[in-house]
Structures are given as C-alpha cells and as structure tokens.
Ligand binder design. Structure first.
Ligand code: KG4
Ligand code: ZN
Length: 389
C-alpha cells in the first residue's frame, strides 16, 4: 500500500510518500519521499503563527512540495499526452492563484502509483487545514483514489511508536495496550489513553495555555524569536550547566490538584512579573529565568505524569508533539519511569518527527489499516477537533 500524506495544520507545509506492510500491531513503513517547508521564520515577526500568511504559504508551496516528494520517490512522470482536468477536481478551490497551481500540477503529473491520500483534518488553523484538504481532494478526485482525513494529534501519538531501523525505514513492533500518551505541542497539552487500536479516552489536559505556547510566550518576554521553545531551553541549559543554585524560582501550578489537568497561564504571568521587577536583565539573568521556568514546567509534567500512569496503568507511555524534543523534560520523564515504573515502556518520536510533519499523518492512516480507507471521507476542517471525549 502506497500513500501520499499532507500536513498543513499550522506553519509547516509537508508532503510525504510512504509504503507499508502491516498495521498498528506490527508494521514496516518505508519513507519513499518526504518534502517539508517550515514557515516559522516568516511568522517570527508576528511573534506567533499568522493564519492568513500560513494559508497563503501553504497554497504556494503544496504543489512544488508534492512534485519534490514524488520525484524523490521515483513516482513522478510527465504525461505522454495532454491531460484534461475534470472541473469537479478543482471545484472546492476558491483562490484563483491556488487553483492555477493545482491545475498545473495535475496537468504536468501523470497519475502516480499511489493507492490513497491522507490529509490532516484538524485540529489546527482552519484556513490552513482547508488548503491541505482542498489539495488532497483535487488530487484524489483527479486520480480517482480515496482520501482520508487524519487527526493531527493521532499523528503525533503514532510518531512516538515509530522506530527508525534505517534512515528510510520505520518499524512498529511490540505494541501493547493501553498506551498512555502525553501530547505536548504549541496548541496542545493532553493525556490521552489508547485502550485498544484507535479508541481514545482523554485523561486530562490544559485548562488554558498549551505547554509549547507557554514556552513561546516566555521566549517573547526574553526577546527570543518564534518558535521560542528551543531558544528558552538552550538558555536554561546554559544556566543549569553552571551548577549553581538558581535564586529565581517560579510556582508549580496545579501540583496539589488531584486531576491530570494542567494550567500554564499563571506561570507565564509569574515570569512576566519577575522580568518587570528586575527591570534590567543581564544575559545570566535571562538564563536563570529560562531555567526556573523550564524547571517548573518539568516538575508539573513529571508530577501529572505520575498521576496519569497510576490512573491508566499503561503498557506503553508515548510522548509526542513539538515539546517532546525538550531535553530536560525528556530526561526527567525517563528518570521517573525508570525509577518508579520500570515495567512500562517509555517512547519518544525520532528527532526529525517531533515537530509537525507529513510522515506521522501517513503513518497514522497506514496503521489504521485498509478497512478504514475503502471509501473517501467527506472532509471538513475542524479547528477544534478532539481525539477523545
Ligand atoms: O508539534 P509542533 O511542531 O506544532 C504544533 O502542533 O503546535 O509544536 C511546536 C511547539 C512550539 O510551541 C515550540 O516552541 C515547541 O513546540 N518546541 C519546544 C522545543 N522544540 C519545539 N518547546 C520546548 N523545548 C523544545 N526543545
Ligand atoms: Zn503538532
């Protein structure tokens, strides 16, 4: 089974082509082509993702990225005779420039040996999601292959159980249920339990800001460009490496609360007040603030994870989303699991699959198996799509 996968939920435009054998109980997935363009630097001047800019960038980059992925996969051919584009393929596309680019792509590309298309249907920025969905549907209609919508968070969850056995091969092995997943990204902070394949229950989540969002907001306060998570974390590790006691401390919100919920907006405000009180910040002050902030986030995540593990009693603990790249949070979660829950397997995504990408979207569709994709879904973008109740 070969799949073309598309991700456009936020500020990464990505197209991947994957081939697989198996399902979530055991699979081997080959990455045939993978093209990703991050718009992050374009959004930096706005301090966050600017939805109409994201949409415009997705529109101009999707067709070139799809061509690149098909070429890398060895599946790109120009048609021997002129193809006529069925108008219904382009029906859902309103923007004229985007329509022209999709029409040109379909005219210049012979139908490749692809069995299906997977596209992110939510959650995310709706104008951005629609761009991917409209592109997927144009290709699916023209090539007469099914199109399936995938939840972005399912992609992040699945990314944590994919293990690289070679630069282009991902394996899924020894999957046992329940899987407890901690999804930590710019838009989400949630504990989700997968009790059996693709059956989800939410155990807790943030009541206000997502953890990545808190990192990004603190980054802005420290003059670190968007996306600020990696920058804040780099400053924190400079402070930590000095090995001195940090004079700055921030609260650990919701630590005493007996739910698996989080709240990060008060922590961000505490950082704001601290910076205001200190007036002039030296480089080492910034590093100490970053460390104190990261320590608070880490301690809350560790404590809530302990509670979630005791509640869900999982066989696997899988961490996904952009913040799963954070070294300090990773280290502390590994330490927690090894010392208190050594029988539970802990797993993170490969380094190049922590952030948004199309490989995780295609992999989720492939692991769902063929029964899921016999017919096309009626696709709608859902900005607030929820993986579980
Ligand atoms: O999953 P992702 O690429 O996009 C969303 O679906 O949101 O996550 C992006 C988020 C941003 O908030 C970014 O600052 C954060 O992940 N992030 C990090 C790190 N790397 C990325 N946060 C903390 N430490 C990191 N190393
Ligand atoms: Zn994401």
């Amino acid at each position: 089974m070969k799949i073309l996968a598309i991700e456009t939920s936020c500020d990464e435009t990505a197209v991947a082509i994957l081939e697989s054998l198996g399902d979530i109980k055991g699979a081997s997935i080959t990455i045939l082509g993978n093209a990703l363009y991050s718009q992050a630097s374009l959004h930096a001047e706005y301090g966050g993702v600017y939805p109409s800019l994201a949409k415009r960038e997705h529109q101009s980059n999707l067709a070139p990225l799809a061509t690149r992925a098909l070429k890398e996969a060895g599946l790109f051919k120009t048609p021997s005779k002129t193809t006529t584009i069925n108008r219904s393929s382009l029906e859902s596309i309103r923007d004229e420039a985007f329509k022209l680019s999709v029409e040109k792509f379909l005219t210049d590309t012979e139908k490749p040996d692809i069995d299906m298309i997977a596209v992110t249907k939510g959650p995310g920025l709706e104008p951005a999601l629609w761009t991917g969905i409209n592109f997927a549907e144009a290709l699916g209609t023209h090539w007469k292959i099914p199109v399936t919508g995938i939840d972005h968070l399912e992609g992040h969850l699945v990314s944590a159980i994919l293990k690289k056995t070679s630069p282009k091969t991902l394996e899924v092995t020894h999957v046992e249920f329940p899987i407890l997943s901690l999804l930590i990204s710019g838009g989400h902070t949630e504990f989700i339990v997968m009790s059996e394949p693709f059956k989800y229950k939410e155990l807790g989540g943030t009541r206000d800001d997502a953890v990545g969002e808190a990192f990004d907001k603190v980054a802005r306060l420290l003059d670190i460009p968007y996306p600020g998570g990696p920058g804040v974390s780099a400053l924190a590790s400079l402070s930590r490496s000095r090995g001195e006691k940090n004079a700055i401390q921030f609260p650990r919100p919701m630590l005493q609360d007996d739910s698996c919920d989080f709240s990060f907006s008060g922590l961000k405000t505490a950082v704001l007040y601290k910076i205001r009180d200190m007036k002039q910040l030296s480089e080492s002050d910034k590093q100490n603030i970053a460390e104190a902030f990261e320590d608070s986030v880490r301690d809350v995540i560790v404590s809530k994870t302990r509670r979630a593990v005791l509640t869900a009693r999982p066989k696997i603990f899988a961490i996904g989303g952009g913040v799963s790249a954070n070294t300090e949070i990773r280290r502390a979660l590994i330490e927690l699991m090894q010392s208190e829950f050594p029988d539970i397997k802990i797993t993170f995504p490969e380094d190049d699959l922590t952030g948004d990408n199309a490989v995780m979207i295609g992999a989720a569709a492939l692991l769902r198996g063929e029964h899921h994709i016999k017919t096309s879904d009626v696709l709608t973008a859902f900005g607030n799509l929820r993986l579980a109740e």
